[in-house]
Design a protein around this ligand. Sequence first.
Ligand code: SF4
Length: 186
Amino acid sequence: MQYTWNDIEQHIAACTQCPLGQTRNLPVMGRGSHEADIMLIAEAPGAQEDQQGIPFVGRSGEILDRLFRDCGLSREEVYITNILKCHPPGNRDPREEEKEACFPYLKYETFLLKPGIIVCLGRVAAQRIISPDFKITRQHGTWTYRRNCMLTATYHPSAILRDPAKYDEVKRDFQEVVSKRSDLMR
Ligand code: SF4
């Protein structure tokens, strides 16, 4: 059976496949264009996302929007999602069993979107999507090619909140993403 975007959203809304289904306020489905070439994947919703049910609405979202503005991107032309669709209490790292339970939703999102470019935001996403030993400090901005898709990773916007000096590094990584997308469109 082939699921639609709506089917996935309904499954996530009712999901109790891991304990986070009991503690979340609202599940956070991915948002953005279903025609996007670029898919951004972070690790999990934060506290404000949990309240509003929308990814990247807190201070990290403000940083992401600034990066988009500086690189000529917009939320409307990308698709943004998380590995976990529910907020881990206290913003702790997602547990292995939670990531495994939630991963099928991300697979369906990827299957339906068929992005040309995947950008992992932060260590947790990069290690789950690109390689278990991915080192975000050394390897951000590098590229991997897999089944008609180019994959890269950069710091999560929350890392810029902790260390504003990282902004320019992340901006360069996003500029390269925009450049690769231009190549795709040729
Ligand atoms: S985190 Fe994922 S698997 Fe766990 S309850 Fe939420 S939607 Fe279901």
